[in-house]
Write a protein that binds this ligand. Structure first.
Ligand code: NAD
Ligand code: TYD
Length: 349
């Protein structure tokens, strides 16, 4: 089987690529990535010489390039993760999100549909999406697969639009598709613009940890390898045309995540207990900040038997030790353009 994975040099995509390359020696894995600021080939140095792996640098919005890629390789399946993924950047540059997340997804759907006219052969277009398409919850309740879409940020709106396009191709052209909507991921290779890796990097460097608003917003955290395992399961065993929610049943207020992280960092860096927590700094809230996300992943658990494998504290400890042991990776991604982004987003705080 020839599988095109898009966005494989980013955070989640690199874990998905590694899993497929190492678990399925009989598959040919093609990793298509534009290598934006978020894409990093250093994420995959351990597997990039594998005989069943090939990296292709390219842009999913480039229609002629995408069409010729499908014509050349005749992929059997697509796992689509390439996206602009950070809410704060979507607030300052929404057009980039429409371009990549909406138009890019459309170009891939179009090319797959044109290439897969021979419907007797088994194909699958797997679209990786987010729980943010459902909007924001109050203090109670969970997102299920039936929750109406109500995206609140430009990022969430662009992902919602891409989900709608995927369903439209399934309905109109019978393109075989599956979608999963996952909660917040954390783990190794996470770009330090997102809460957890940003806090780890700042604590390490004795810089303020910026907490938006009062830190009361709630996210449902899942270790990235558990997400990759869910994608593997859905890709192989999921029902065509279905949607699956993926989440950790692991809700935390942001401030509590950061307090636990500070405790783990104090231990890892041999600092006196309480030292890192002094870096906590409350800053201006994010515009339109969603209060709470919480996923009901019952369908995935009951129909396909998926379970998250790691508890949060263990996952956070593993994540902290990865960042402390991969200083070169962290220094490389936080040099150059990252400094400008940080200054623009947080000023001198
Ligand atoms: P990321 O920002 O770390 O990686 C995105 C990758 O896409 C990068 O390697 C980037 O170079 C590539 N890319 C961006 N624009 C491209 C383009 N035009 N053409 C080709 N490649 C391009 O993102 P992530 O956190 O790994 O998220 C991956 C996917 O999972 C996204 O679709 C995201 O919406 C979804 N998702 C993320 C989370 C999360 O917590 N991070 C949760 C649920 C779903
Ligand atoms: P983030 O990691 O950006 O993911 P998302 O917005 O997709 O949930 O943010 C997680 C939570 O942390 C969210 O409620 C916003 C908050 N946050 C901060 O308080 N400070 C920060 O510097 C960042 C990046 C996020």
């Amino acid at each position: 089987m020839k599988i095109l994975i898009t966005g494989g040099a980013g955070f989640i995509g690199s874990h998905v690529v590694r899993r497929f390359v190492t678990h399925y020696g009989n598959y040919q894995i093609f990793n298509l990535d534009k290598l934006t600021y978020a894409g990093n080939l250093q994420n995959l140095t351990d597997i990039d010489k594998s005989p069943n792996y090939q990296f292709i640098k390219g842009d999913i919005t480039d229609a002629p390039f995408i069409q010729s890629l499908f014509n050349t390789h005749a992929f059997d399946a697509v796992i689509h993760l390439a996206a602009e993924s950070h809410v704060d950047r979507s607030i300052t540059s929404p057009l980039d999100f429409i371009k990549t997340n909406v138009e890019g997804t459309l170009q891939l759907l179009q090319a797959a549909n044109a290439c897969w006219q021979n419907k007797t052969h088994k194909h699958l277009f797997y679209h990786v999406s987010t729980d943010e398409v459902y909007g924001s919850l109050g203090k109670t309740g969970f997102f299920t697969e039936e929750t109406p879409y109500n995206p609140q940020s430009p990022y969430a709106a662009s992902k919602a639009a891409s989900d709608h396009l995927v369903r439209a191709y399934q309905n109109t052209y019978q393109l075989p598709t599956v979608i999963s909507n996952c909660s917040n991921n954390y783990g190794p290779n996470h770009f330090p613009e997102k809460l957890i890796p940003l806090a780890i990097n700042n604590i390490k460097n004795n810089l303020p940890i910026p907490i938006y608003g009062k830190g009361e917003n709630v996210r449902d955290w899942l270790y990235v390898e558990d997400h990759a395992a869910a994608i593997d399961l859905i890709f192989h065993k999921g029902t065509v045309g279905e949607t699956y929610n993926i989440g950790g049943h692991n809700e935390w207020h942001n401030i509590d995540v950061i307090k636990l992280l500070c405790q783990i960092m104090d231990e890892a860096l041999n600092r006196t207990a309480g030292t890192s927590a002094q870096l906590i700094t409350y800053v201006k809230d994010r515009a339109g900040h969603d209060l709470r996300y919480a996923i009901d992943s019952g369908k995935l658990q009951h129909t396909l038997g998926w379970q998250p494998s790691l508890n949060f504290e263990k996952g956070l400890r593993q994540t902290v030790s990865w960042y402390l042991n991969n200083e070169t990776w962290l220094n490389n991604v936080t040099s150059g353009a990252y400094k400008n982004y940080y200054q623009m987003q947080y000023g001198n705080r």
